[in-house]
Design a protein around this ligand. Sequence first.
Ligand code: SIN
Length: 489
Amino acid sequence: MGITRQQLIEGDLLRTQIHVGGQWRDGSGGQRRPVTDPATGEEIVSVAVATADDVRDAIDAASVAFASWSKVPAPQRSKILRRWYDLVVEHTDELAEILTWEQGKPLAEARAEILYGAGFIEWFAEEAKRLYGEVIPTNNPNRRMLTTRNPVGVTAAITPWNFPAAMILRKASPALAAGCTMIIKPASETPLSAFALVALAEKAGVPAGVLSVVNGSGSEIGGVLTADDRVRTISFTGSTEVGRTLMAQSAGTLKHLALELGGNAPLIVFDDADIETAVKGAMDSKFRNAGQTCVCANRILVQDGIHDEFVAAFSKAVAKLRVGDGRDPEVTQGPLISQGALEKVQSHIADAVGKGATVLNGGEVTELGGTFFSPTLLVGATREMVIATEETFGPVAPVFRFSTEEEAIELANATEFGLAGYFFSRDIGRITRVAEALEVGVVGVNTGLISYEGAPFGGVKQSGIGREGSLHGIDEYTEMKYICIEGVA
Ligand code: SIN
């Protein structure tokens, strides 16, 4: 085991209080709730729980701070963000330790997540200086016309447990770069990463009230954030069901919503694919974070001519995964986040097997017990199975067989979701056709890993609204103003 609890406490990163208006404090109701290590089931620490009053305090503070933060010149905001980036990178090991502790993913993946998340701070620190407006060719010699892009005001981020650091940084970095203030509501399972990141932001010089973090009941905090007119943007990553609720609740105050919701990613292996590349891509996409990402391949579609060869190679690769405590450097797959997550995985497998699928690898809890689930490969999957339409969010790869390109596209698109899609082919004509035909926001061709701070991430259909990362990821935090000046000539 690497860094100890004592080292984290001494480094001032193991925080257990909420942060409101620049103050670390307990919730006004005095309540605490445990944060549990999914690998051992043991309590790590108990953390403060925010009440509705605490959330309103955070909004008040964010409103006051907005008046000054939005006026800080962009290069200065950029420098503060750059300092935050440097501190996050400098503390990668401690942050990764906290992340693995509360979330379960292997340390190597946790480190990769911290650096991935830090990439958003660096990217948007630079974008802060490039938030350009336009000069419009005038329709009247006596007028000048221009646009400016202005920060929307107070914003909020509601983030998930599967990426406790990166999803916060993907939202907070563009918000702060644009001149907005933000209130973070992290997942109740994983607030420690959020607290640690905000502690580093404070150290970097982010002023009081600009970035607050409140931990507690999603429905209570979401209710206060959506009802308050001063909160102008809510960015949420999580389930489609909760995304719909937030949208309905925000109708009364007409907010910007950035919603990154559920997925049901197809991963298609065509006859002309390179088998090694396809197996690597399927492993990367399916088993990252034990299958607990919105962009994990949920359905593996394999063409007749390559089916048996691909399945044999895939099965060999799946058998090499090592399940265990994420702090063990040999481990490549950690525990599932909760008993509920485990039960969902088990029910999808039982349904598939009951309808004719065969288990080639795994299919059960490992000898470690708890929520350690063996990486599972199913063959003979069909569209009648629950796994065809619902996101499993676990280490289960169901293989569907198909004959033609048209059939693969039809099957891939036969879902209400449209976040990511992957396919493997060496035929440039097919690559163009299929990339254009997939109804998704993100396409991976001959790769299972597509995430990068400089590329736009987001879905179509019921997978969400808006894009995060890239030059577009700042859009939800800005409003365009058109200024028409009469009498200049
Ligand atoms: C997610 O699963 O929501 C995010 C995955 C990523 O950013 O790669």
